[in-house]
Structure formats: structure tokens, C-alpha cells
Design a protein around this ligand. Structure first.
Ligand code: SAM
Length: 233
């Protein structure tokens, strides 16, 4: 249950130095910075979140594409999140200086997004091949819903992007219609999707995407942008 994993009480309590030691060197080890208070140093924040990251394939691909951007995978299954953690540590050892910008937390993203990210902190959120929850009474357990989109809109900067993809047609239609109806999101135009290097990774980088591609399955994607709230007179 949730009581088995720690959740930061607020985003400021998230332990950046544990997850990204290369970006948050400790005072003792960083001799060149002696005399500069830690508050004066740049303190990068997480900007990409892969929600329900599974085995972490997307993070690994994004890491080298955006080496200066901090990213986090959120995964509810203990063993899977442990696997991702080990995978990242092994990559860091094998490739010195690389893969320092990615990490993972075991958490329930449907409950704790606001504990991890401040208002307008994120640039990109990913929901790749989420669990479908077919039954009507289980739709409230879907990771995209009108209520959860309010939270994601809060967390994303204006101009930030939400990427969704699934091989389940019904879920694809559901995710797209939620995003379409939500007043704080608009579809990213096709021309922009074609030149966005991240879009190609939706099917090629994740373990689930690769499985679907191997089986020749169809996918349904919806990529939407966070827009400013309409002005009310
Ligand atoms: N995105 C990955 C991919 O494309 O390969 C994994 C897809 S897998 C079908 C869905 C993942 O979401 C599972 O690993 C599952 O444990 C995770 N998940 C489901 N509900 C979650 C929640 N509330 N919070 C965090 N992760 C969740």
C-alpha cells in the first residue's frame, strides 16, 4: 500500500541531491564552489515526468537527447521502479558523465503529483501505454481524466506538452476527448508533431511501444499543449 513508500510533503522537500548528485554536488566534494552559498548556485528542477514509466526505456532515450534537463519516471510497482533505478545506476557507471539527469520514484501518480511538482514546473508529461481499465466503473482509475487534467494543467507551464499514446482504441478515444474538452489544452498541430524528435520515441523507445510495434499493432496518440486560461471579463 501507499504507506510503504515515502512521499515528499511538498516539492521543496524532494531530495534532488539523492536523485541527481551530479547536478547537486555536496558542499564537501565541490571544491571549486567554496565560498558560494548553495542558494546562489543554480538549482535545476525536474522538467519532464514520465508517468507510469514501466521499465524506463523512454527516460533512457530522452536522457541523451536533453542532457541538461532533469527528468523523473513515476512507477507504482516496487520491483519495476527498483529495476529502473538499477538500470540508471548501471548506465551511469558504464558511461561516465552521462545519464545523470534521469531518475525514478516509486509512487502513485494519481495521488501525489502535487507533492513532487510546483505550479508550472513541468515542460513535458508522458502517459505512454497506460493501463486501459476497460470497465465503466473503473474509468475513474484511468490516468487521464478531466479531474486529473486539472492537476496536470497546474503542474505544466503554459506552452508545455502532454504526450499520450495507447494501442487500445477505446482508451485512445477517451484520452483525446478528455484533452479536447479541457479548456487549458489544445492539440499540437500536425506540422509541429512531424518535427518534434520526442514524438518518434513514443512508439520506439518504450518497452510497451516496442512490443506493439513487433506485433504490428495500431497506436492512437494525442499530443496536447498547455495554453493560458481564457481571460474572463
Ligand atoms: N510507459 C511504459 C511503456 O510504455 O513501456 C509502461 C506501460 S505499462 C502498460 C503501465 C505502467 O503504469 C505500469 O508499469 C504500471 O505499474 C504503471 N502504473 C499504473 N498505475 C500507476 C499509478 N497510479 N502511478 C504510477 N504508475 C502507475
Amino acid at each position: 500500500s501507499d504507506s510503504h513508500f515515502p512521499v515528499p510533503v511538498s516539492p521543496s522537500q524532494f531530495e534532488y541531491s539523492l536523485h541527481y548528485p551530479h547536478f547537486y554536488p555536496s558542499e564537501e566534494t565541490n571544491e571549486t564552489d567554496v565560498g558560494i552559498s548553495s542558494a546562489a548556485k543554480t538549482q535545476p528542477k525536474i522538467q519532464f515526468a514520465d508517468v507510469g514509466c514501466g521499465f524506463g526505456g523512454l527516460l533512457v532515450s530522452l536522457s541523451t537527447l536533453f542532457p541538461d534537463t532533469l527528468m523523473i519516471g513515476m512507477e507504482i510497482r516496487d520491483k519495476v521502479s527498483e529495476y529502473v533505478k538499477e538500470r540508471i545506476l548501471a548506465l551511469r557507471v558504464a558511461n561516465p558523465g552521462q545519464y545523470q539527469n534521469i531518475s525514478v520514484v516509486r509512487t502513485n501518480s494519481m495521488k501525489y503529483i502535487p507533492n513532487y511538482f510546483e505550479k508550472a514546473q513541468l515542460l513535458k508529461m508522458f502517459f505512454l501505454f497506460p493501463d486501459p481499465h476497460f470497465k465503466e466503473k473503473n474509468h475513474r482509475r484511468r490516468v487521464i481524466s478531466m479531474h486529473l487534467l486539472d492537476e496536470y494543467a497546474y503542474t505544466l507551464q503554459v506552452g508545455g506538452t502532454i504526450y499520450t499514446i495507447t494501442d487500445v482504441e477505446e482508451l485512445g478515444i477517451w484520452m483525446k476527448s478528455c484533452l479536447e474538452e479541457h479548456p487549458l489544452f489544445e492539440a499540437v498541430p500536425r506540422e509541429e508533431l512531424e518535427v518534434d524528435p520526442v514524438v518518434k520515441l513514443l512508439t520506439s523507445a518504450t518497452e510497451e511501444g516496442q512490443k506493439v510495434a513487433r506485433n504490428g499493432g495500431q497506436t492512437y496518440q494525442a499530443v496536447y499543449r498547455r495554453i493560458a486560461a481564457p481571460l474572463v471579463e
